[in-house]
Design a protein. Structure first.
Length: 288
């Protein structure tokens, strides 16, 4: 990865013998940025550059993603609760126990909100982009592409051909397509069968039914919305996202009617790529 694209110093936390990578840039009030699947801390590179003069930016790579280790199932449990545990250990190690701004996208939304439910007193405000605040909305049909990825054929495509990361790099921007250089950067951590385990496990862990392992965590987040009615919240949404569509935004608005909402009609899932020139100043103004 060139310094021009990713000009940051890497930090690592030992988690039971596994290296958990994170960025720690700047100084000031902490802003914790949580990515989703199949992205990594690279997704927030422009936001970190914009905020690090005024804030301390903490950006982990979830285990199996980005520059973190990519263990097999015998060494790591790829579940939502484990993701939240990892974040908990990191922020405790860094001494971040108050005035945290959570910035979250995709799976980062549920990881971040579950952490917030554990420690509501630590969270000052939220910046939310194309993610979930509870189970699949009743009006939303589970996307067929994700359903395919949960089949044996899908597992082959994801792990043997890197289909999940590759396809996402092409379809998740709808206002302006990613350049080949950026597509390659998003896919680079997932360069072989072994290194693609997290991209598959994230999809397999999507909780659809009450007996799914991560469903209780997601349901608890949805039930706990009242904890954050007094916290400022900014919602920036790409409305051409075929997964986290309007149905999910409507759930956020129902749970958090006080949120400031900015809709981008022509933008897709990777909203920080499609509309960074608009979204980053909105976030800067919100934090100010």
């Amino acid at each position: 990865m060139s310094d021009a694209l990713y000009p940051f110093e890497s930090h690592f936390l030992d988690l039971d013998g596994l290296e958990y990578h994170y960025l720690d840039e700047g100084a000031g009030a902490p802003v914790v940025m949580l990515h989703g699947n199949p992205t990594w801390s690279f997704y927030y590179r422009k936001l970190v550059l914009a905020l690090r003069e005024t804030h301390r930016c903490i950006v982990p790579d979830h285990m199996g993603c980005g520059l973190s280790d990519k263990p097999d199932d015998t060494r790591y449990s790829y579940t939502l609760s484990r993701r939240v545990d990892d974040l908990d250990v990191l922020l405790e190690k860094l001494g971040l126990r108050e005035n945290i701004t959570l910035v979250a996208h995709d799976w980062g939304g549920m990881i971040g909100m579950a952490f917030a439910v554990r420690h509501p007193e630590r969270i000052a405000r939220f910046v939310i982009m194309n993610t979930a605040c509870g189970p699949l909305p009743p009006t939303k049909r589970f996307p067929w592409a994700l359903g395919l990825a949960r089949t044996p054929l899908g597992a082959f495509l994801v792990r043997r051909l890197n289909a999940f990361a590759r396809v996402a790099s092409h379809v998740c921007c709808t206002r302006k397509k990613l350049s080949k250089e950026l597509r390659d950067a998003y896919c680079r951590p997932y360069d072989c069968y072994r290194n693609r385990i997290a991209t598959l496990r994230f999809v397999e862990d999507i909780p659809l039914y009450p007996n799914d392992p991560s469903y209780p965590v997601v349901a608890q987040v949805a039930k706990s919305a009242a904890l954050f009615q007094d916290r400022p919240m900014l919602l920036c949404w790409g409305l051409r996202d075929f997964v986290f569509s309007r149905h999910f935004l409507e759930e956020w608005e129902r749970n958090y009617p006080h949120a400031k909402v900015h809709r981008f009609e022509d933008c897709g899932h990777y909203i920080l790529e499609d509309a960074k020139e608009e979204v980053i100043p909105l976030i800067q103004a919100f934090l100010a």
